[in-house]
Write a new protein. Structure first.
Length: 95
């Protein structure tokens, strides 16, 4: 399975359009045009076909993580979850 195949399957699985994919790549500061992006999804025998390199797929996967999960918190910052506060847990256990 090639990088192009993986890229196509991710596109279909997440129902992404060209604009979405360009924005996802922009999240990791990787600029690409729609025409360059479409070259990855063409058939191998097409004259404008382009092989998807490891760098492009890696950047897309990193951007997809940010797109789906949100940006990674900086070191020292804790992600606060209001549903797991100690006060709520203590109140429930006292009843």
């Amino acid at each position: 399975m090639t990088n192009n195949d993986i890229f196509k399957k991710l596109r279909v699985a997440h129902k992404l359009r060209d604009d979405d994919m360009v924005k996802i790549l922009a999240l990791v500061d990787f600029r690409i045009s729609k025409s360059e992006l479409n070259a990855f999804f063409r058939r191998e025998d097409h004259p404008n076909y382009m092989e998807c390199g490891d760098q492009i797929l890696r950047n897309f996967l990193n951007g997809l993580i940010i797109h789906l999960r949100g940006p990674m918190p900086k070191k020292g910052e804790k992600k606060s979850n209001p549903n797991t506060s100690k006060n709520k847990t203590q109140k429930k256990s006292n009843k």
